[in-house]
Write a protein that binds this ligand. Sequence first.
Ligand SMILES: [Zn+2]
Length: 290
Amino acid sequence: MALASKRIFDSVVGHKLAIKKLLMMVAAGRMPNCLLFVGPAHQGKKNVALGLAQALLCETSNEACGQCSSCVRVAAQQSEGVILVEPEKNQIKIDAARNVVQQISLAKWGKARVVIIDDAHLLNPQAANALLKSIEEPPPNTHFVLISASQENILKTLRSRSQIMRFAGLTKQELIKLGRVELDPETEKSASYILECLMSGRENEAIDMVRQTVDSREKGQTMARLWLEEIRNMWLSPNPISRAHLARLSLETLTMDRDLKSNCDLQLTLENYLRQSALLLTQTKVSAYL
Ligand SMILES: [Zn+2]
């Protein structure tokens, strides 16, 4: 009996084009030192990065076989060839960056080494600086993948050293498949309404609506995802809000979403978010008339 495949790319929902491009780069042996994945949060970019690591490290195939011991270890997140960096308390600090630099200076076991930095916009400037040289001149077969919701929030010094790869947002059907959106038209309607209130300066109405509709952290997070989706749609279509403001708004939303995962007070976190966002949107309006 054949072993069950642990090929990560097979379990990714959507992102077919991105995966195809990445596999072409691997096959051609043209992997950049640093890739920057940008696109809506919580839609599988990290899994795509892990799938890429699997392909780069696979012992038998350029496309990841899903069966060899390397593929199995990457899938179990136990590969010595993959270094995954994630923020702690909304920041990636210099210690984490130094740790990466130290690890990649050691001899490697497998074919390649892949450093994945999730939420790379949370690298603080010291941490980003500590990584610059490694990103520019990494040891052989060492590759960086930075992940973020938008490239605007990534420090320029890092951005300019990265090849940017844009991820399209998943369709609603794909999001449902991913379990990211409950099929609940009421929640969806409330999310749009709250955003609409904020945009038209009805901040208190937005807060009342949130009090009435969001009664759990899960629901708060569903709202956050719906708002991110709407902000993305605004990004793609002409609208009076500048892209810089939309980038900040999406960053606020991501921070709020992250806070909800920790032990913050639900209502307080949401209210702070709504007040911050309202302020941001008012500033946009003022600057639009200047
Ligand atoms: Zn393999």
